[in-house]
Design a protein around this ligand. Structure first.
Ligand SMILES: Cc1cc2nc3c(=O)[nH]c(=O)nc-3n(C[C@H](O)[C@H](O)[C@H](O)COP(=O)(O)OP(=O)(O)OC[C@H]3O[C@@H](n4cnc5c(N)ncnc54)[C@H](O)[C@@H]3O)c2cc1C
Length: 410
């Protein structure tokens, strides 16, 4: 049940793996720099990531060496400007990195999406010049890992109801008290962006916190996750943690600033199910051509071809939706609700692909080592994080109808 090489790793098929000329190759839709970035990451994933991903996933180990190796590919920090050590990619370019990583390993893609896109973009958009100079070069070189902490035990979908408090102590100091949950990368991060509420005014604030050197901050790894097992999720305990005013992100004025950076990261997340589904399709295509039952390849069955083509069409539509959303976002034409709708829809179709793919591999579809079992479980996390399917539809629904149905009434 353990796949030895990724399907498209044959020579000459570096950008292939599917039907020649398929929409997903889109040479007409990408700039040459975007094509190069995509090819570079794809090659890295097929030759380096794939060999280790299933074992790291099964043992729930942070892929430190793979993360550092990815840093050498010149994609660190996604859209972060080169002046701060970033790759200066277009938003589509950063999306393609997320997609190619997810095609082979959903966890590494999640690590990159959080540390390489969300954290860096938050500092670029909302941080001080000193914070940019201090943190971005290290983060973009993948010498460190960043983390972004909004979710709490009592504030999940209702993220604006966060309860972590920031109390001004005078003398340029703040005290942080609260508890965060589900925070990706937190156990391995040297920098965590902590979202909190001003204890007196109730305003939303954010702080750049270094957990290793801040008393009163402790991080506990969450165990037993059944999807995205290689990314380390943590609970963060803030018990009278004292930080300096210099740690506060000066650009944060209200919760709308958190929503603003989340809108862009939702655009990035939209590419992850696209990649995961593409990887599932690639593995399934090869499997049904090679696996013999009743004296013929599985692919000789109409039912099998039918299932496979549903996956193929989903992959094409998902990819084109992500591409169109992202280009419009780059040009300032797409909004947060547009990103929410796209993220929700691609995860719905992605879940369908994962379900069909798992079926096509039979029992092996339940094994992490077949790639399909791992991707099937990872798709569940994509469906839920960065705003659940329901919440993203409600955000889009509010924009289209003018009526908010997000906060239920009793
Ligand atoms: C792998 C993973 C990584 C994550 N990484 C991070 C991270 O790095 N940083 C961070 O801050 N957070 C992170 N999260 C948290 C994530 O954003 C939350 O899990 C998500 O927002 C949902 O919140 P919840 O789990 O509390 O579910 P709940 O809010 O309790 O929702 C439970 C169910 O109720 C539904 N629901 C809730 N409210 C409504 C409503 N009004 N109408 C209809 N249905 C509703 C939801 O859709 C869902 O199906 C991560 C989560 C996961 C699983």
């Amino acid at each position: 049940g353990r796949l030895r090489r990724f399907p498209a790793s044959q020579e000459g098929a570096l950008l292939g793996g599917g039907v020649p000329g398929e929409e997903c190759e889109w040479p007409d839709l990408l700039t040459s720099k975007e094509c190069q970035v995509r090819a570079r990451v794809r090659e890295y994933c097929e030759t380096k990531v794939f060999a280790q991903a299933a074992e790291l996933w099964e043992n729930a180990i942070h892929p430190k060496a793979l993360w550092e190796g990815l840093g050498a590919l010149g994609v660190g920090g996604g859209t972060t400007p080169s002046a701060y050590g970033g790759a200066g990619l277009s938003l589509v370019g950063a999306g393609l990195v997320n997609m190619e990583l997810a095609r082979v390993d959903g966890s590494l893609s999640a690590i990159y999406m959080i540390a390489g896109c969300l954290v860096t973009n938050t500092i670029v958009k909302l941080g001080s010049e000193a914070q940019k100079k201090k943190y971005l070069p290290q983060l973009c070189a993948h010498r460190t890992v960043g983390s972004w902490a909004l979710t709490e035990a009592e504030a999940g979908s209702d993220a604006s109801g966060l309860r972590t408090l920031a109390t001004p102590l005078g003398g340029g100091l703040w005290q942080l008290d609260g508890r965060k949950r589900w925070i990706g990368n937190a156990p391995v991060a040297s920098l965590i962006i902590i979202w909190a509420r001003h204890a007196e005014t109730g305003n939303t604030l954010a702080f750049a916190v270094e957990p290793g050197s801040t008393a009163g901050v402790s991080v506990k790894t969450m165990r037993g996750k059944v999807g995205l097992r290689a990314i380390q999720n943590g609970e963060i305990f803030l018990d009278g943690a004292t930080v300096k005013e210099e740690a506060r992100l000066p650009g944060v004025k209200s919760f709308a600033d958190a929503a603003g950076v989340l809108a862009q990261s939702r655009v990035m997340v939209t590419w992850q199910p696209v990649g995961l589904a593409q990887g599932l399709y690639d593995v399934c295509l090869r499997h049904v051509k090679e696996r013999m039952q009743f004296g013929v390849p599985l692919a000789a069955s109409q039912v099998v071809q039918h299932k496979l083509m549903l996956m193929r069409a989903n992959c094409n539509a998902m990819a084109l939706y992500a591409w169109r959303l992202t280009r419009r976002f780059e040009q300032g034409e797409a909004s947060g609700p547009d990103a929410a709708l796209a993220k929700a829809w691609v995860t719905l179709r992605g879940r369908e692909c994962a379900s069909i793919g798992r079926e096509l591999l039979g029992g092996d579809g339940l094994l992490a080592g077949s790639h399909v079992g791992k991707a099937f479980a990872d798709m569940e996390a994509y469906y839920t994080y960065e705003g659940t399917f329901d919440i993203n539809l409600l955000v889009a629904g509010r924009a289209h109808t003018g009526i908010s149905a997000i906060r239920p009434r009793m």
